[in-house]
Structure formats: structure tokens, C-alpha cells
Design a protein around this ligand. Structure first.
Ligand code: RP5
Length: 165
């Protein structure tokens, strides 16, 4: 590994407007699980060279999973996947077409370069983070244990719901 801060997961988004209420929710989960990660705005069409340089940089610092969130003609995750063989997870961001355009742009990769596409918006960002943690868990079982505890806590909260009080 080269000099610089260790990173296991990277969250990229095409615009700062993708952060609040969406990608930030994924970052919060990565923080909760203690996963070293970075979040950055880099665009497939506005800053393509910087995107390629950044992928090389974070791979040299240990990045295992990439998450790309973008809206509209959402090619960020696809371009990311063209530049790495590490798992790439795509988060379609809500757009003028309510995110359906983003969903199809992210999911409909031609065979050969996969992007694991999550749900539109905040739930997609949260699940991308959880899926990234599961992927890390294949090599580092402590992350799988944390996911089990996370699910157990959420199940307990459901079972304890009291609608009349
Ligand atoms: C995409 O275009 C971004 O991911 C964002 O969701 C969308 C609109 O970008 P802004 O015009 O809000 O910066 O590249």
C-alpha cells in the first residue's frame, strides 16, 4: 500500500447536491460501523480525468469497494466500473424524472462491466453502504458480526412497537 490515509470504501457522487439526504446517509452507516471511508464529488462528465486519477489513488491506499451515486444520465458508476475490477455499487439519485432515468442509466450496463445497482435515493445509499460492509466481511468477519447485531437491533425495535401508546 502506498503513502496516505487508509481507505476501504469510497463514496463518489456527481454533484454536491447528491450529498444531503441521500449519500450522506450511506456515509453515516459506514461511520457507525467504523469503516475507513472517503466521500467525494467527482463527475464522470465534468471531471473525468480527476475521477480516473482518484480511483488509482484510493486503490493504492487499499480501497476494496466503490459506491457511485449520480442522477439523470447517471454514468458515474459505469465509468467507475470501467476503471476498476473492485466491486462497484451504484446509487441512482432522484432527478427530474423522479430517478427512473438514473435507475435505468445505472442498472442497464451492457454485459461485461457490472454495476451492482441499489434502490433510488436514500435507501439505495444506505443499502450500498451495508452491502459494501458485507463485501468487506468476506475477508474481515468482524463486519459480518456487526451486520448481524445491526439487524437484531432493528428487529427488536419492530417487535417492541406499541401502536396504542
Ligand atoms: C449528475 O447530475 C449529478 O449526480 C446530479 O445528480 C445531477 C445534477 O447535478 P447538479 O446540476 O445538481 O450539479 O451528474
Amino acid at each position: 500500500m502506498s503513502e496516505g490515509k487508509e481507505v476501504k470504501v469510497v463514496m463518489l457522487m456527481g454533484s454536491k447536491n447528491d450529498w444531503d439526504g441521500v449519500m450522506k446517509a450511506g456515509s453515516e452507516i459506514l461511520t457507525e460501523f467504523g469503516v475507513p471511508h472517503e466521500c467525494k464529488v467527482l463527475s464522470a462528465h465534468r471531471t473525468p480525468e480527476a475521477l480516473v486519477d482518484y480511483v488509482k489513488d484510493v486503490e493504492s491506499r487499499g480501497c476494496q469497494v466503490f459506491i457511485g451515486g449520480a442522477g439523470g444520465a447517471a454514468h458515474l458508476a459505469g465509468v467507475l466500473a470501467s476503471k476498476t475490477v473492485k466491486p462497484v455499487l451504484g446509487v441512482p439519485i432522484t432527478s427530474v424524472l423522479n430517478g427512473l432515468d438514473s435507475l435505468l442509466s445505472t442498472a442497464q450496463m451492457p454485459g461485461g462491466i457490472p454495476v451492482g445497482t441499489l434502490a433510488i435515493g436514500k435507501a439505495g445509499a444506505q443499502n450500498a453502504a451495508l452491502l459494501a460492509i458485507s463485501i468487506l466481511g468476506v475477508k474481515e468477519p468482524k463486519y459480518l458480526e456487526q451486520i448481524e447485531a445491526y439487524r437484531a437491533k432493528r428487529a427488536k425495535a419492530i417487535l417492541e412497537e406499541d401502536l396504542l401508546n
